[in-house]
Design a protein around this ligand. Structure first.
Ligand SMILES: [Zn+2]
Length: 424
């Protein structure tokens, strides 16, 4: 009698309009995979990831699966935390011109990142209202695109007063971090003066905000650290980093974001890159953009560009600096500077991991920098970065183990954000 009553009750619930309008978020059990949870723990074979309401309930080899859970068998697969890009850009990605920020582009970009397993992106500049709105609407179990955090506009004040005013505007906009550039673009533009960036950093800290700095030169990196900068958003590329810089980064606990693929993008289109035939790359790229980048005249222009060749020459310096800093115990946050024209979101992050390994980091170090460490560096580790109870169920299912070969991050079987499979 009791069971008959239960059956009738559930039938009533199933057919009620309330149910149709708002289905309860189901419990999902992802079973049988090798799980690399992003912590220092060894990979766990035949693990279960239990997800409810978009968040992880439990993960491990001995998780009790509720009878009503939807089961997703993942035997033979390897699961890693969703990748975190600590330096990207969203909203402007249209062809090779860019600069056409729109809410639609923001959403498209976030879907593209997610399709490649980049489940969180920290956009370091050119962020407008639609990006703030996207960030503010993502704490939902229904999310199926990459999470977004934003810097607002890249601040370029000319006076100390303007510096403080622009930071106040950033704070009013509720950005997640303040972004400035301290660079002369290989000697072609004026560099932000120390009294200006000191005012930006001071005002940001007064408002409870951190400051990310675009830079190129070691001397500037030391100066901005001395001024209190909180995040080094690019590789030092002019010279080899020295022990004093290492000591500063460690003492101040500041993270370093290599963006090696940004460097590649400055010169690689002097010829046709080998990955232009990779189906994984071609799947989400605008074919017109690829065709344009293949044009001989355009390639010749890049080949004879002084700045392109200078950046090309400095990439090995950036690689060596990454290895030296990582070995010295500086926290590395994976980042790419994707989003501007010809810096392809999603695919470039996977190539960045390969370049980091090529620089000499172990696959384990590379993965950590792209998950747990990037999340920590961006103060997001309470919510993402590792696969642990109460965190969002953002993860990538791979056909092969990336600890054996980091390139296996390209063998994507599925990507989940808040436990939802994202479109690929
Ligand atoms: Zn950038």
């Amino acid at each position: 009698m009791k069971s008959l009553l239960a059956a009738v009750t559930s039938l009533v619930i199933l057919s009620s309009p309330v149910f149709n309008a708002q289905p309860p978020s189901p419990t999902k059990a992802f079973t049988g995979a090798r799980v690399i949870d992003g912590t220092a723990r060894a990979p766990v074979d035949n693990a279960t990831i239990l997800v409810r309401g978009g968040r992880i309930v439990a993960v491990g080899p001995a998780v009790t699966i509720p009878a009503d859970a939807e089961r997703v068998p993942l035997a033979g697969k390897t699961v890693i935390p969703g990748l975190v890009n600590a330096h990207g850009h969203v909203g402007n990605t249209v062809g090779l011109e860019g600069g056409k920020y729109s809410a639609e582009n923001v959403q498209n970009d976030l879907r593209t990142y997610a399709a490649y397993g980049v489940t969180t992106v920290f956009s370091l500049g050119d962020d407008q209202a639609a990006s703030i709105a996207a960030r503010d609407s993502q704490k939902t179990p229904a999310l199926n695109r990459a999470r977004l955090f934003v810097a607002g506009p890249v601040l370029a004040p000319k006076t100390v007063d303007e510096a403080r005013k622009l930071v106040d505007e950033d704070a009013a906009m509720k950005v997640d971090i303040v972004k400035i550039r301290v660079d002369d673009n290989l000697g072609t533009t004026p560099k932000m003066a120390p009294e200006i960036y000191r005012a930006v950093i001071d005002q940001a800290h007064k408002k409870g905000l951190r400051v990310a700095v675009h830079l190129f030169y070691l001397e500037d990196a030391k100066q901005v650290l001395d001024a209190g900068a909180d995040f080094i958003a690019h590789s030092v590329r002019d010279v080899e980093v020295d022990d004093a810089f290492v000591a500063m980064l460690k003492r101040k606990d500041v993270c370093y974001c290599p963006t090696l693929m940004r460097e590649v993008s400055t010169f690689v289109y002097e010829s046709t890159p080998s990955w232009f035939t990779d189906p994984l790359f071609l799947k989400h790229v605008d074919p017109k953009t690829v065709e344009t980048l293949k044009q001989p005249a355009r390639q010749e222009q890049m080949h004879s560009s002084k700045s392109a060749q200078r950046y090309k020459a400095q990439l090995p310096v950036a690689s060596r600096n990454l290895k030296k800093l990582s070995d010295a115990g500086v926290t590395i946050a994976m980042g790419t500077d994707t989003g501007p024209p010809a810096r392809f979101q999603g695919y470039f992050e996977l190539m960045e991991l390969e370049l980091m390994a090529k620089a000499g980091l172990t696959p384990q170090k590379v993965l950590a920098s792209a998950t747990r460490d990037a999340a920590r560096c961006m103060k997001l580790d309470g919510e993402i970065g590792t696969l642990a109870a109460n965190k969002w169920a953002d993860f990538v299912v791979l056909d092969a183990d990336p600890l054996a070969d980091i390139s296996n991050v390209k063998k994507i079987s599925a990507v989940y954000v808040a436990g939802n499979a994202v479109a690929r």
